[in-house]
Write a protein that binds this ligand. Structure first.
Ligand SMILES: CC(C)(COP(=O)(O)OP(=O)(O)OC[C@H]1O[C@@H](n2cnc3c(N)ncnc32)[C@H](O)[C@@H]1OP(=O)(O)O)[C@@H](O)C(=O)NCCC(=O)NCCS
Length: 177
């Protein structure tokens, strides 16, 4: 069995990605991505992911300048395991909420060490994009994310309080140089 690796989203992972999407839907994530639509239009979906599309700052799309992001998938052979998204720079919205990096493991593959591997393997890609220090933010009650970020060397910066517009976040800086 080959090792897990980070790759550009590609056609060979279609079936596995769609299975993972059903798992994400079951936990209320990525509802805006429809399995049937993607199943029919997967090449267009891949093209969109691979073209360095801009992060959608919903519901603030009209209030922030777009920032390009790079999407990578963690795969093992033909199985999709998780995704790693790098925003190329920060704007006020990413500073408050999303940070430079978002990483997610599909629900059925969690708790097996893949989260730590994903973040470790993703750091050189952030470095390649010129990000020396990446901001990562997480909900204060997301124990798995906090442990993963700290395991990978993330340094706690602060905890922002919950406001009318934004949920509370723990913010970490991760050395990618
Ligand atoms: C955060 C996430 C990526 C972790 O992935 P994972 O594959 O489950 O993580 P790992 O198996 O590598 O475990 C990483 C650490 O989290 C801990 N952990 C895993 N699941 C946990 C859980 N449900 N509760 C508490 N700790 C947990 C592990 O014990 C490990 O800590 P340790 O090294 O101190 O033992 C995954 O839970 C996920 O995709 N969550 C939803 C999206 C998300 O929150 N992303 C983070 C955005 S910043």
């Amino acid at each position: 069995m080959s090792a897990s690796k980070l790759v550009k989203p590609a056609m060979e992972y279609k079936e596995s990605y769609l299975e993972a999407l059903k798992e994400f839907h079951a936990e209320g994530r990525y509802d805006f991505l429809k399995v049937d639509e993607l199943s029919e239009n997967f090449p267009a979906f891949l093209e969109d992911l691979n073209e360095g599309r801009s992060h959608l700052h919903n519901p603030f799309a009209d209030w922030v300048e777009p920032v390009p992001e790079t999407n990578l998938w963690m795969v093992k052979e033909n199985m999709f395991i998780g995704s790693f998204i790098i925003r190329h720079r920060l704007n006020w919205h990413l500073e408050k909420l999303g940070g430079h990096i978002n990483f997610t493991i599909r629900p059925t593959m969690r708790g097996k060490g893949f989260g730590k591997k994903l973040l470790q393997k993703g750091i050189p890609f952030a470095c390649y994009l010129g990000i020396d220090r990446a901001l990562l933010t997480t909900s204060p009650d997301n124990e798995a994310a906090i442990r993963t970020i700290e395991f990978c060397g993330g340094e706690f910066a602060d905890e922002t309080p919950s406001t009318e517009q934004f949920p509370a976040r723990k913010r970490y800086w991760l050395d990618c140089s």
